[in-house]
Design a protein around this ligand. Structure first.
Ligand SMILES: NC(=O)c1ccc[n+]([C@@H]2O[C@H](COP(=O)([O-])OP(=O)(O)OC[C@H]3O[C@@H](n4cnc5c(N)ncnc54)[C@H](O)[C@@H]3O)[C@@H](O)[C@H]2O)c1
Length: 269
């Protein structure tokens, strides 16, 4: 099993200021991948606008990254419109949109037991939100003739799981298809749109779940070639790459950051 580097994002970021002068909007910035990405984008010189429904966590993220907190429910069109307007009014541009907020509630399960309410709630937060964020971010980028949109999908968008979360999986498939189409549509206006597909990430929720049930953890870990889950900072490093000009010819991709799960047949024991 490979160990994660002790400081995967910070070590690189300290010498790497690829985003100086850019404005980055991050949704779901209060926790997990969003928080790690807000930190990384700020470390690379971006002015970060932290959006979240959770005021306490969102404000803490903004304070830590020296950015701005805008309380936003990403399922609400008016609030999303106000988020990007505020980013533009405050910092003068919208260069990076990391549309990342998402949920995976326990009542989204097998298709046989998942009710329409759970189905719709997950579609709203995971997919409609990405539609709204792209819709309200891209016009600023068109005026600038430049922009990078990164939408968070998941490895489950390209792999089937017998432990189903049916609406979640379908929502992430939608994020992939939408990102691809937008990347193609707006490429000649200097705008890149990519979907990032993280593998399973070592979040507090995942740790708690698997501490209670090691068999459940093992059932998943066996598929992951490095034999461990990702750290949020490892996803953030990929987000910073996609946001930067280093990725100037990376567009309309399903950008896998999954340790090789999606390429694996037999993995090491
Ligand atoms: N954690 C993983 O293993 C994993 C793997 C693949 C993809 N993803 C995806 O990555 C993204 C981030 O996941 P995470 O694990 O960091 O989650 P997380 O729960 O740690 O953080 C999500 C953040 O989004 C916010 N949020 C939830 N609903 C919102 C709404 N309606 N409006 C605004 N903010 C809202 C939450 O308050 C929270 O701060 C999600 O889209 C998730 O589906 C996660």
């Amino acid at each position: 099993m490979t160990e994660p580097r002790t400081d995967p994002a910070g070590a690189a970021a300290s010498n790497c200021r690829r985003l100086t002068g850019r404005t980055a909007v991050v949704t779901g910035a209060g926790s997990g991948i969003g928080l790690a990405s807000a930190r990384r984008l700020a470390a690379e010189g971006a002015r970060v606008v932290c959006a979240d429904v959770d005021g306490e966590r969102g404000k803490a993220a903004a304070e830590e990254t020296g950015g701005l907190y805008v309380e936003t429910d990403v399922t609400d069109s008016d609030q999303v419109e106000a988020l990007f307007r505020t980013a533009h009014e405050t910092y003068g541009s919208v260069d990076i949109a990391f549309n990342n907020a998402g949920i995976s509630p326990p009542d989204d399960d097998s298709i046989l037991s998942t009710g329409i309410d759970a189905w719709q709630r997950v579609q709203q937060v995971n997919l409609t939100s990405v539609y709204l964020c792209c819709k309200h971010a891209i016009p600023y980028m068109q005026r600038q003739g430049r922009g990078s949109v990164i939408n968070t999908a998941s490895f489950v968008a390209v792999l089937g799981a017998a432990t189903s979360q049916i609406s979640y999986t379908a929502s992430k498939g939608g994020v992939l298809a939408m990102s691809r189409e937008l990347g193609v549509q707006f490429a000649r206006e200097g705008i890149r749109v990519n979907a990032i597909c993280p593998g399973p990430v070592n979040t507090p929720l995942l740790k708690e779940l698997f501490a209670k049930d090691p068999e459940r953890a093992q059932r998943r870990l066996v598929h992951v070639p490095p034999g461990r889950f990702a750290e949020p900072e490892e996803i953030a490093a990929a987000v910073a790459f996609l946001a930067s000009d280093d990725a100037s010819f990376v567009n309309a991709t399903d950008f896998m950051v999954d340790g090789g799960i999606s390429g694996a047949y037999v993995t090491p024991l």
